[in-house]
Ligand binder design. Structure first.
Ligand code: OOB
Length: 542
């Protein structure tokens, strides 16, 4: 166990091996933005909107926030929930927290009262950082509800107008103090898992392992100080944060450009203005970029795309390079640490049809049958994963840990995959009960629990239905005692403070849910029934 028994860490023998072989090098994430020479100090680190910040400016800003956090009594090891969009403050706040050894818990801007309160309670968070308003949402109102429900949250820090809370500008301090030097093997940040359970599981990533991920992904993508990384996905998600993402760009001494969304009307002008060399996209947006590239007359040459988070259909993959003029790499990644991807120099067939090879030689992966026996190449099975970036246990989740890992420490990814004859991974499906909605993961169990609280609902099952743009959407299949519309159901979830991306896109009412011989809802049969009804246009799907 690690961090006062909060989670099982990497066993000492494996940790020693990862250090001996140079994967873990004792780096600290708080050293991001520090500048080795004067030329680097003046270089642009972050671009957002019309503003540009140099390494030196952000380095000093992060120090002032770090000093302010210490002045206000934040201690190394404390947890602080950070819910910020793609703005420069996300970067300086995270780096300041790393410098103090306070652990950011990275929530998504889409999360609402239910999710944030759960995160605060689960981690005993002492602080919560928000923007005042963002895309029509007042996060101070959200903070009021969270503080009332989670008493450990002593301070809410607001980027912008603080109302009764503390403004980030007031928290900053100019009185320099010695900063603690967190142990590189300690937890640097907590990421949210694309979970399967009723509440999100938290992923403890250490300075050592995350620094390795930042360094190795950048190197293997050919991304160095001359690079420009464009962040169009939420930077709070591992894909845009650390593969190499915004933090990897800063570690490499490169420039990170922050965009609010991947929508072509924002992304394409930014690409024309800033000439990024690398960006990360979920497959749903690849389709949208292909649909609209002609209209915008976009020139994407010189850009490498990292596409992952959900299945990229082969026919879409094959269109990317001829139609967009950029280089495609496919990624299979998880917040839990496994990273498998094609490199820009890989043969095009490999890049169009597989998710490539793992990040490091020290990564071990197995494809197994239901009895955990390894299967032959080209045979589909369960993907298990272990290595220097992959966690050995979730944070404060003893029961989930017992089933999510094998006895010898492999993560059960919940994904179905095969290994090609030349050693590449191809993801073929999954067994875990989630809806992968354009890369955003929705736990069926979590949504079912919320819907079941509706007085008209007797039984419910939440399943994925295919969607051209999003890949999958969410369908709630209910047995109800009274009339219920999709709108009413969505309003109900809104009222419960559930993030909008988890609300069902469709509602189907049925007389009974099909059951397996064990008495559990038979989701395979349910999906088949839904598809059949949709085909014959008899569905009560709204
Ligand atoms: C990324 O991370 P998460 O934690 O949001 O989601 C992980 C899950 C995987 O277990 C798998 O079910 C799905 O997302 N997934 C894919 C995939 N890549 C991820 N399913 C099919 N094909 C793929 N290529 O999604 C993530 C983290 C870092 C980099 C990229 C993606």
């Amino acid at each position: 166990m690690n961090g006062r028994g909060d989670f099982p860490g990497t066993p000492p023998a494996d940790a020693a091996r990862y250090r001996r072989d140079g994967y873990w090098r004792g780096e600290r994430l708080g050293d991001l933005l520090r500048t080795a020479d004067d030329r680097q100090a003046g270089k642009i680190a972050v671009v957002a909107g019309r503003r540009r910040w140099s390494y030196a400016e952000l380095d000093h800003w992060a120090d002032r926030i770090a000093w302010g956090l210490l002045e206000r009594g934040f201690q190394p090891g404390d947890r602080v929930v950070v819910q910020l969009p793609n703005i420069v403050e996300f970067v300086v706040v995270c780096v300041a927290l790393f410098r103090v050894g306070v652990i950011p818990v990275l929530a998504l801007p889409a999360h609402r009262q239910t999710e944030i309160t759960q995160l605060c309670l689960h981690t005993d968070a002492t602080g919560y950082v928000v923007a005042d308003r963002y895309r029509g949402m007042d996060y101070r109102a959200l903070a009021r509800d969270v503080v009332a429900a989670a008493p450990t949250v002593r301070r809410v820090i607001v980027v912008g107008e603080p109302d009764e809370f503390v403004a980030l500008t007031d928290l900053e301090s100019t009185s320099a103090r010695a900063l603690p030097a967190p142990d590189p093997s300690s937890v640097a940040l907590l990421l949210l898992s694309g979970g399967t359970t009723g509440t999100a599981k938290l992923i403890p990533r250490t300075h050592d392992d995350y620094a390795f991920q930042l360094r190795a992904t950048a190197e293997q993508m050919g991304f160095d100080a001359a690079g420009v990384y464009l962040a169009v996905v939420p930077v709070a998600h591992n894909a845009g944060l650390g593969c190499p993402g915004v933090l990897g760009a800063l570690r490499a001494g490169a420039t990170a450009v922050l965009a609010a969304t991947p929508s072509p009307d924002e992304a394409f002008p930014l690409i024309a203005a800033e000439h990024p060399t690398l960006t990360t996209l979920m497959p749903s947006f690849v389709t949208l970029w292909l649909d609209l590239a002609m209209e915008f007359d976009a020139d994407l040459s010189g850009l490498v795309l990292e596409v992952g988070g959900a299945r990229l259909p082969e026919q879409i993959a094959r269109r990317v390079e001829p139609e967009l003029g950029c280089t495609l790499t496919q990624w299979f990644g998880m917040g839990e640490g496994p990273l498998v991807f094609t490199r820009p120099g890989d043969d095009p067939e490999r890049r169009y049809t597989t998710q490539g090879r793992p990040l490091s030689e020290a990564d071990e992966w197995r494809i197994v049958d239901d009895a955990d026996h390894e299967v032959r190449p080209e045979t589909v099975g369960h993907l298990l994963f272990r290595g220097p970036t992959t966690i050995r246990g979730y944070y404060r989740a003893e029961a989930a840990n017992a089933s999510a890992f094998t006895a010898d420490g492999f993560l059960r990814t919940g994904d179905l995959a095969r290994r090609t004859a030349d050693g590449c991974l191809v993801v073929e499906g999954r067994v875990k009960d989630i809806v992968n909605r354009g890369g955003e993961k929705v736990s069926a169990e979590e949504v079912e629990a919320h819907i079941l609280a509706h007085p008209a609902v007797r039984r419910v099952s939440v399943v994925a239905v295919p969607d051209r743009l999003m890949g999958e959407k969410t369908c709630a299949v209910v047995v109800s005692g009274a009339a219920l519309t999709l709108g009413e159901l969505r309003d109900f979830l809104d009222g419960r403070g559930v993030a909008e991306y988890k609300w069902p896109d469709q509602l189907a009412t049925v007389a009974e849910l099909p059951l397996t011989h064990l008495g559990k809802v038979d989701k395979v049969a349910l999906r088949r029934d839904l598809a059949g009804k949709a085909d014959s246009r008899q569905a009560s799907v709204i």
